[in-house]
Design a protein around this ligand. Sequence first.
Ligand SMILES: *[C@@H]1O[C@H](CO)[C@@H](O)[C@H](O)[C@H]1NC(C)=O
Length: 387
Amino acid sequence: MRLRTRKALLNFAFFGGALCFILYVNVIQSRHVDKRRFAWTRVRYSTTAVNLPAAYGVCPGLASSAKPALVVSRVAADGNAEWTDRLSELYHLCVYTVDGSREERVTHLQVPANRGHEAMAYLTFLIDNFDDIPAAGTVFVHGSRWAWHNDSPEYDNAALLAALNVSAALAPSGYHNLRCDWSASTCAPDYGPPQGSLETSVNARLQPWAARAVSDAALSHALSALFGGKLSRKDLDARVLLGRRDAVRAQCCAQFVVSRERVWQHSRDEYVALRQWLLDGSKERRDGDRTPNKDAAPADDRIAGRILSYIWHIIFLPIDVSTGQDASNDLDLDRLNALACPRADECYCRLYGRCDLQGCDEPGTCRGQYILPPDFSLSDDWAATHS
Ligand SMILES: *[C@@H]1O[C@H](CO)[C@@H](O)[C@H](O)[C@H]1NC(C)=O
């Protein structure tokens, strides 16, 4: 009898223990899945390059300027940069030509390589002018005045930048994308499968030519390589890789405004690391290297550039908004997603003074403010007919 009691007790203890273990595992998992916290707070990528690029991107007069900086990333095909000259009353101009001829090198600032689209100019500005970032903020834009993604009925960036209220744009969180409409972004819930999902990786394999599917699928590894670096999962407070259900919401098209405080929440070395991630992954570097760096950016510039366009807000939105009670240095993805995609009507009013708009029934659009042109392009004579 005593033996049977002991057996029963033992069984009870065993099942009790198993139950506790299962509950514990579930709680741990749900904590990770529900709160979705990520260690994307520091750029921890370490370069394999022996020499770092020299500073050819120091913007003259920036240190003594009271205006916000306008960092322009232009290619020769953008034509003359006159349209930006006319903005010089409002902004301190820092114009980078990423594929400049020898003549242009005299008048425009330079980047180490034409790589990662606008990202190379943006990062070169941040690195070479780190101590002189204006207190009034910095606006980052492309070099073409007319582009399908500029959020005005006429697609005119000159008009948008003239109307932009920089201090109002920076007031809520120190970072704002220049687009308010959600089309072509990953903000809308119906954007597609989450970047970390199985469906995304299958799509990328089935359609290797589709830049969107491939860059969506490459995002998780890039986030891990950039923000995890060589640290193991044990060393980090939170995850770096995307889970199957994790979607990174981001505005489109990599034109935005940032405060000095938000720029300085990272060190200059972190921006150097981010630029090296791009440079180390370039085709020239990969071809010349006997052991190419697997953690560097994808060689295809469309993919590398697109990945960075998903990441700017992760770099610049306040790191400390979501640290929570446990004060661990990580980011809450749901909070990040909400900050990355403000409502279109609030955005138009705050940034461009277009307030009390009609037809803003959905969070991502206000009727008549922006229309996505067919095939994401403007007609060839657009500039001639709208100047
Ligand atoms: C910019 O927005 C601020 C409010 O944040 C306002 O006080 C200021 O008048 C605006 N500037 C212009 C030029 O509209």
